[in-house]
Design a protein around this ligand. Structure first.
Ligand code: SAM
Length: 342
């Protein structure tokens, strides 16, 4: 059965497609090889939750990027999805240099990167899409990706990652007791227990929930820049049809072109996303009414979600909505009564 996704996933994939097009175009002058890594490769069949129309997942989007194409594509998935993905891609993309690594990508990434270095593609421009459903990637994985091209490389592997900050509120109850597995997963993702001080400040009502989310994102960006040495990081908040935050998309790069392109795309997103959310809400309400037998006399037939994309105002005609700001040094909170902070 196909996996169904909200409109925000479609939009995330739309941004991925735009960025990959730009990535291969801008890096073609630098190299004959271009590498795409997809640490949470997904399933082959996906549909839009509202329209039930099929949508291409990240694997197809990357394989269909064509001007120029990626030369090496490496996907990572758990079983049984890995086998399903491998079978579908074998039918659709024979003859291309792609592989699906089965298992936890935090483990298999080591072999995959070693294989790329052995194939003389370790130095090539490389983009990693990190798209989990929860706190499923580790800091160690980010570290390994950042180190992959070696200390002499001008640019590290670019990272575009989903950061599930609102999930923390669900995993971290107000009682102050954290399940050991959740505690370990979040600490492994940050690579540092410092995040507990943000959580503790929220529990003590020193900061609001929204401030805590901002501080988690800021901490991750700060560490990407200060510990892994990325020159620029960006953040974009993604919200659902009820306007509730569901995750951030964090981008890390050393490339001026990457920084400029993602600034442009996040600015487009800031203009397009609210309209797309409105359109998705309208469609959902209409489908609900129709399911109850109420039909709108003058409603149009199936407004395609995402119609707004082409119609969004040109950036020259409007104010910029996204301006890149570097992360701040993380705020110091009182950790004297925090059992997990060190
Ligand atoms: C949000 S989906 C990815 C969607 C995909 N990027 C796409 O566009 O179709 C997350 C996927 O990660 C897989 N997954 C979860 N934990 C994983 C892990 N540790 N290693 C590899 N894959 C994992 C899940 O099976 C799921 O298919």
């Amino acid at each position: 059965m196909a996996r169904s996704w909200g409109f925000w996933t479609r939009y995330k994939l739309e941004l991925l497609q735009r960025y990959l097009d730009a990535f291969t175009t801008t890096t073609k002058k630098l190299s004959t090889k271009r590498v795409y890594l997809d640490l949470f490769g997904g399933e082959p069949e996906n549909v839009d939750r509202d329209t039930l129309l099929p949508i291409d997942g990240s694997a197809r989007i990357a394989l269909n990027t064509d001007n120029p194409p990626f030369t090496h594509l490496r996907f990572f998935e758990l079983e049984p999805n890995a086998t399903k993905l491998r079978q579908a891609l074998s039918r659709e993309f024979p003859g291309r240099d792609w592989l699906v690594y089965s298992g936890d990508s935090n483990d298999t990434i080591h072999q995959a990167l070693a294989d790329l270095r052995a194939a003389d593609a370790g130095w090539a421009p490389t983009f990693a899409f990190i798209d989990p459903n929860g706190p499923h990637y580790t800091w160690n994985t980010l570290q390994v990706l950042a180190a992959h091209k070696g200390p002499k490389a001008k640019t590290k592997v670019e990272l575009w990652m989903l950061f599930p900050d609102p999930l923390f509120a669900r995993l971290l109850p107000r009682t102050g007791e954290v399940r050991p597995a959740d505690n370990a997963a979040i600490t492994a993702m940050f690579g540092d227990p410092l995040w507990h001080s943000i959580w503790k400040a929220k529990l003590d009502d020193v900061i609001e929930p929204a401030d805590a989310r901002d501080e988690y994102v800021n901490l991750m960006r700060w560490r990407l820049e200060q510990v892994l040495g990325y020159r620029w990081t960006h953040q974009l908040e993604i919200r659902n049809t009820r306007d509730l935050p569901i995750y951030h998309l964090i981008f890390a790069t050393d490339s001026k072109a990457g920084h400029d392109i993602m600034s442009y795309l996040y600015d487009q997103a800031a203009a397009e996303f609210p309209a797309m959310a409105r359109e998705a809400r309208t469609l959902r309400d209409r489908l609900k009414r129709e399911a109850q037998g109420q039909f709108d006399l003058f409603s149009t037939v199936d407004p395609p979600l995402g119609r707004v994309l082409g119609a969004s105002p040109d950036r020259s005609e409007r104010q910029r909505l996204y301006i890149h700001e570097p992360p701040d040094e993380p705020r110091a909170h009182d950790v004297s009564t925090c059992p997990y902070c060190n």
